[in-house]
Write a protein that binds this ligand. Structure first.
Ligand SMILES: Nc1ncnc2c1ncn2[C@@H]1O[C@H](COP(=O)(O)OP(=O)(O)OP(=O)(O)O)[C@@H](O)[C@H]1O
Ligand SMILES: [Mg+2]
Length: 506
């Protein structure tokens, strides 16, 4: 069998870190080869060697009978490799068609002047868009399309470059169930054309659905490669984490009923822009309340309204019976509300901060006066707090002095969660907290949420991951079109019931 690409004994050292240690990997034509491992295991590092971003410290890459010590971005493109990054890299200000031809726009001469040949690129782009079912006008600006469509643009771009090897690094982390199905349909078509796909995901369920083979990495080392048809997903967990994972994080129903103390209450909240309407709910002591529904159903919009990030036209918010007046997010923070936002790339972390600086941002803001203008800094205490959070979340880093930007995707995410856990809030809103987080760390985060709930904090979790809602939340509130369409207790909740409430037209 001729491999599309073979990577032999790859090693990658960064200052102070061995990100990959002697890892081998091979991709066959027409297969989906899943790359699996905990946050920081080295998955992104390995595939970035194929795109020419990472220059291996050691190893050999064999493509089409040729051996390379490393690839440059140019060599990577020549060898028909396309990489769709963990964070999408389409350019919002350009049209779909322009994105497909970035850096290689065809020109034509008109009266001696060289002009971009828009007719040709739009026609060609349409061909690739049709192939993957992206129903848009090629001249539409990318900023006007959804995340899943942006991802389809990335795939169309890979096709336009006639890629034979396509790498997808956590492609479904921001996709809804339907969008994920659509992506899988596209992937199955790519396979039929003999294209090989390297697929990275933390959603273990997807492996059975789309994978042919799976290779597991752990702490930068190779653990093993298996045929997906011959295994159960649960077999992979010990290969990845080497310890047992507790599945159920539900609270004690009787205790919750008995305490029954309402910590947090929202009454008839409606956002000015109407994206969330007439929202009322309570969170009791010891309880984790989940918010389910389709992407775009208004859950994040509702939380932004509560947190003062977006204006509301009506609604009352109570903490332990006392009404809160929240004008903006600073006020929300001051009055005891913390929110881990969904869109972490834009509202996530500071590019030029290390871990302890990042972790102290929220605490300092809460302590400060005059809307965050003044405040005392205390490096020693801040470091200690950051170390505590790193330990609690098992964040993989060399020390709290490491720059957040140099961490793996999932570990950046843990730093962001850590900085919110670090503040002493009464209400914690987690919006898709485990996006990009590995299976072991997820379980740790749920356990922390549970502990906080039992300590009397109001815990709210918005999640599109139904298994996550079911194993963690004592009550699930379902949204549809900006309104609450159902409330389910943990004993009665099932994926079907959540879906039913999320989509049924009444
Ligand atoms: N540019 C860099 N400088 C320093 N260290 C780096 C750099 N890039 C990656 N690392 C380190 O290499 C290790 C592997 O990171 P990598 O991004 O490959 O993990 P991953 O398996 O993709 O994890 P995740 O699931 O969290 O995305 C991590 O410890 C990370 O901190
Ligand atoms: Mg990664």
């Amino acid at each position: 069998m001729e491999y599309l690409v073979e990577m032999k004994n790859m090693t990658m050292k960064f200052p102070g870190v061995i990100a990959l240690n002697n890892v081998s990997f091979a991709l066959k034509p027409g297969e989906v080869h899943v790359l699996l491992g905990e946050n920081g295991a080295g998955k992104s590092t390995l595939v970035k060697m194929l795109s020419g971003i990472n220059r291996p410290t050691q190893g050999e890459i064999i493509i089409g009978g040729k051996s390379y010590a490393y690839l440059t971005p140019k060599k990577s493109a020549e060898n028909k490799i396309a990489l769709i990054y963990q964070e999408l890299s389409v350019i919002n200000e350009l049209s779909i068609a322009e994105n497909l031809y970035v850096g290689k726009l065809p020109h034509k001469k008109v009266a001696g002047i060289s002009l971009v040949d828009y007719k040709t690129i739009n026609e060609n782009a349409k061909k690739y868009m049709d192939a993957i079912g992206l129903k848009r006008n090629p001249s539409t600006l990318v900023q006007d399309i959804s995340i899943s469509e942006k991802q389809q643009v990335e795939i169309a771009k890979a096709l336009a470059s006639e890629a034979k090897i396509i790498v997808m690094d956590e492609p479904t982390s921001s996709l809804s169930i339907e969008e994920t199905e659509e992506l899988f349909r596209i992937i199955r078509n790519l396979k039929k054309q003999g294209i090989g796909i390297i697929y990275i995901s933390h959603k273990l369920k997807e492996i059975k659905e789309i994978g042919d083979r799976v290779t597991v990495l752990k702490d930068g080392c190779y653990v093993g490669t298996r045929e997906v048809a011959e295994l159960e997903v649960d077999d992979l967990i010990p290969m990845m984490v080497g310890r047992k994972i507790t599945g159920n994080h539900l609270g004690n129903r009787e205790q919750i009923e008995k305490d029954n103390e309402v910590i947090f209450k929202v009454e008839n909240l409606t956002r000015k822009d109407g994206t969330a309407r007439n929202i009322s709910f309570e969170v009791r002591k010891g309880e984790i309340v989940g918010f389910g529904g389709l992407i775009g159903a208004g859950r994040s919009e509702c939380m932004e309204g509560i947190f003062g990030a977006k204006p509301i036209s009506s609604g009352k918010i109570y903490l332990r019976g006392k009404e809160l007046k929240i004008k903006d997010t600073y006020e929300a923070l001051k009055q005891g509300i913390a929110m881990v936002t969904e869109n972490r790339r834009e509202t996530g972390f500071f590019q030029n901060f290390n871990i302890w600086q990042e972790t102290s941002v929220t605490t300092n803001l809460k302590k400060s006066k005059l809307g965050g203008v003044t405040g005392l800094l205390n490096e020693k205490a801040e470091r200690a707090k950051a170390e505590e959070e790193v330990e609690a979340l098992n964040t993989k880093c060399s020390s709290v002095d490491q720059m957040t930007v140099n961490l793996s995707g999932g570990n950046q995410q843990k730093v962001i969660i850590g900085k919110w856990l670090a503040i002493d809030a009464d209400v914690f809103i987690f919006d898709e907290p485990t996006k990009g987080i590995d299976v072991g760390a997820k379980s740790e985060i749920y356990a922390i949420m549970r502990k906080m709930a039992e300590a009397g904090k109001a815990i709210i979790m918005v999640s599109s991951d139904m298994p996550e809602l079911l194993q963690t939340c004592d009550r699930i509130i379902v949204f549809k079109n900006g309104e609450i369409s159902g409330v389910l207790n943990s004993e009665e909740a099932t994926e079907e019931k959540i879906m039913y409430a999320a989509v049924t037209v009444d």
